[in-house]
Design a protein around this ligand. Structure first.
Ligand code: MG
Length: 256
């Protein structure tokens, strides 16, 4: 209890000392006409709203093509065990054809300066995760987008592989079960935890900042939670409601 009170007290101090929280559109800006989660349209629309970053999810097919989708299946096929040929015609709800990572990167280049927040999904085996990381990092290097990309993953194995593949990569862990000091020890650059995890461990925000780790929180969709985490001084808020988040930040700026 004492620890939590101390954590909240330190958060109040941080509120007055930190830079402004940045907005990350969760799976792009999809909650609008013509868009869909993890679509190219959602990436463009997030960019049009001038968010800091647009997040998307990556899977690797059995024959090594990185595609963008949240679930592990598409049209009842498991992406990881399907060939690209078997899923390439799948459509998103806005009619868009299942995008590949390469298409996302090509479109992402035109969306300067929006950061590309790349989530690599946990795959079934360590070997598949290694292949996924290698494919993703190589594609990003080929397109010269290293500085525009930040990685996130629920798999600590993927986080470690990312750091081996690119020692300068920004890598944050999502699962919420590792304290900041251990993330730092493992070489990660940030934490990206569920809002309830950070409400239960407000001291982790403080500790992460002291350690030089970035702090990101997902998926924050209620105005009161947005206010709370802006007040807590987190670096990024990942949200399905980027317009609401930006309005709150704008109002805070006006009040200052
Ligand atoms: Mg994601």
């Amino acid at each position: 209890m004492k620890k939590i009170i101390l954590g909240f007290a330190l958060l109040v101090i941080l509120q007055n000392t930190c830079g402004q929280t940045k907005v990350i559109a969760h799976r792009g800006y999809w909650d609008c006409n013509g868009s869909a989660k993890n679509s190219l349209v959602a990436l463009h629309k997030a960019h049009e709203q001038r968010v800091y970053g647009s997040e998307f999810d990556v899977w690797l097919t059995a024959d090594g093509v990185a595609v963008i989708n949240h679930d592990d299946t598409i049209q009842s096929r498991v992406i990881e065990t399907a060939t690209y040929e078997q899923i390439r015609d799948a459509r998103l709800i806005n009619g868009e054809i299942l995008p590949t990572l390469e298409q996302f990167l090509i479109h992402g280049k035109a969306c300067m300066p929006t950061q590309l927040i790349v989530e690599i999904k946990p795959h079934k085996t360590a070997e598949n995760e290694k292949r996924a990381v290698s494919t993703v990092v190589n594609l990003i290097k080929q397109h010269g987008l290293e500085a525009r990309v930040e990685y996130i993953s629920f798999s600590m194995n993927i986080c470690r592989e990312l750091l081996l593949a690119d020692s300068l990569a920004k890598v944050a862990y999502l699962a919420g079960d590792v304290p900041p000091a251990e993330l730092k020890k493992a070489g990660l650059t940030g934490l990206d935890y569920h809002h309830q995890v950070l409400k239960d461990h407000p001291d982790w925000i403080v500790q992460a900042r002291k350690l030089g780790l970035t702090t990101n929180v997902w998926t924050v969709n209620k105005a009161e939670d947005m206010e709370f985490f802006v007040g807590a001084g987190v670096d990024y808020i990942t949200t399905d409601k980027p317009l609401l988040m930006m309005k709150i930040l704008k109002n805070k700026k006006v009040k200052k």
